[in-house]
Design a protein around this ligand. Structure first.
Ligand SMILES: C[S@@+](CC[C@H](N)C(=O)[O-])C[C@H]1O[C@@H](n2cnc3c(N)ncnc32)[C@H](O)[C@@H]1O
Length: 219
């Protein structure tokens, strides 16, 4: 039986404390517009046909809310309490009903086989345990339910960018609230046990975290 610490590793909360978490929440709120200029169109088509119960892991300050159809039942699971007030304001502005919970993606606070779609944008790079997270997602999805993801990932092995990502990773994790710039997220996704996965790569033209994947995995 693994302990919580073995599963989660160092919690960013332990590293930064309250001030750090507040700062990251503020940074996320400030920078989401810039990222949406890069990925907004892709998000729009990824989220266009959402319906029923949608669970978003790590929704941060709520940059995805404007892309969602109004009639979905949205549940968000976000460990950084300081993001919650930004997200709630955004939901109010958009007139969206939300159910925002504090928690971790590794232990999703949702019943087995109960969710139509799970969403993750820029979260699989940050979760302390990606394999536990993917198993939790599969557990809560209804049979045939879909996992929509948009994530930055490791550059190809042996590339200059990959060497840089590997070197900078220990510092990046500290300054980036637990983010791993060199995570081979697509391998974890392919091995998680979804019945099918479709994704494509694109270059977001950002420093360090340019390589991205966007796609859909079906339970
Ligand atoms: C880079 S931010 C992305 C926020 C938002 N999804 C977006 O697209 O802008 C990473 C988010 O993942 C959250 N996070 C970190 N560890 C997590 C975990 N174990 N479970 C769920 N969310 C987590 C962070 O608090 C943060 O809100």
């Amino acid at each position: 039986m693994m302990t919580v610490n073995q599963i989660m590793g160092d919690s960013p909360n332990q590293i930064y404390g309250n001030f750090g978490k507040r700062f990251f929440a503020w940074m996320m709120a400030k920078s989401s517009g810039t990222y949406d200029k890069i990925a907004g169109e892709r998000k729009r088509s990824l989220f266009a046909n959402l319906q029923g119960k949608v669970l978003e892991i790590g929704p941060g300050t709520g940059p995805n809310l404007p892309y969602y159809p109004k009639d979905i039942h949205w549940i968000g699971i976000e460990p950084n309490l300081h993001t919650h007030s930004y997200l709630k304001k955004q939901a109010e502005k958009l007139n969206l009903n939300i159910d925002l919970r504090i928690g971790n993606a590794e232990w999703l606070d949702a019943e087995d086989n109960s969710i139509d779609t799970v969403v993750s944008t820029l979260v699989l790079c940050s979760v302390p345990n990606i394999n536990y997270t993917l198993q939790a997602i599969i557990r809560v999805l209804k049979p045939g339910g879909r996992f929509l993801f948009l994530e930055h990932v490791a550059a190809p092995q042996g590339s200059l960018l990959r060497q840089l990502q590997n070197r900078i990773s220990p510092i990046w994790k500290v300054i980036g609230d637990g983010c791993h710039p060199d995570r081979e997220t697509w391998i974890a996704l392919e091995n998680a046990g979804f019945s099918s996965i479709n994704y494509e790569r694109f270059d977001a033209k950002l420093p360090i975290v340019s390589p991205h994947i966007i796609g859909i995995a079906t339970k």
